[in-house]
Design a protein around this ligand. Sequence first.
Ligand SMILES: C[S@@+](CC[C@H](N)C(=O)[O-])C[C@H]1O[C@@H](n2cnc3c(N)ncnc32)[C@H](O)[C@@H]1O
Length: 273
Amino acid sequence: MEKEIFNFFTGLVEKISGISYGAGKEYLVKSRLNELALTLGYKDIKELYSVVKTRLTPQLLTQIVDALTTNETYFFRDQHPFEALKNHIFPELFKLKEKEKKISIWSAACSTGQEPYSIAMLLVEYFSNYLKTYRISILATDISPTAIKKAKEGVYNQIEVNRGLPVTFLVKYFKQQGANWKIDDKIKRMVRFEIMNLLEAGKKIREKFDLIFCRYVLIYFSNETKKKVLSDIWRLLNPGGYLFLGSTEIPAITFPDMERKILGKTICYRKKL
Ligand SMILES: C[S@@+](CC[C@H](N)C(=O)[O-])C[C@H]1O[C@@H](n2cnc3c(N)ncnc32)[C@H](O)[C@@H]1O
């Protein structure tokens, strides 16, 4: 791909989403944008480039950003964070919120929904007694409209349900729909999905959370963007609340009220009370 085209598209996408495509990613960018060009009825990426240069509509910009997101995810990803939720964090949060009786959760960059649905299933499976009296709010956001559409539908194919989801949960919380599996309405209703850019979340989100999952998204950002997003997210966490990053990620910035916690086999970050 001509360097000029690569630089143009990657510059545009980084400005909007923070996703930084360095050298070596030319093939990936080219194949994804070629696919988008064909879907939109253009000959190839070069034709898409000339269209974008002359009349870039907000809708086309969204489609370009969407095409360059990586939506890899699966149910109960990495397993250990969910064990920590079950064994340490939810028991602690239910106690901490005994008076208020409300727990707010945010799955930031939720992709196609497996992460927030895993949290919801875990709550129903192990904490159903508390759910009778506590209000649980789960907000799940992502910049990708395609991912959010699929998340809202809650329909997964056989390969997707074979990744990370215990068979007992599949039987209990999904219904077969042809060759696919549809998540139970009860679980679906627990999660609120919204298209949202993490770069704007600090300004847009008004509520605060007791638990934030922001996993495997900051890895795509520059160091400067990681620090900005992490600062915004940290401000949205309630005292006593927990933040999870991906298991290989370390915070690009730390805060005086940030405690690093090892819970079982996972690491997370707690905001001091
Ligand atoms: C690799 S997936 C991770 C999904 C999930 N958190 C997990 O750990 O399985 C990364 C997600 O981040 C989203 N993303 C990338 N940049 C974003 C941004 N600026 N705002 C919101 N979501 C973003 C992508 O659309 C993608 O769905």
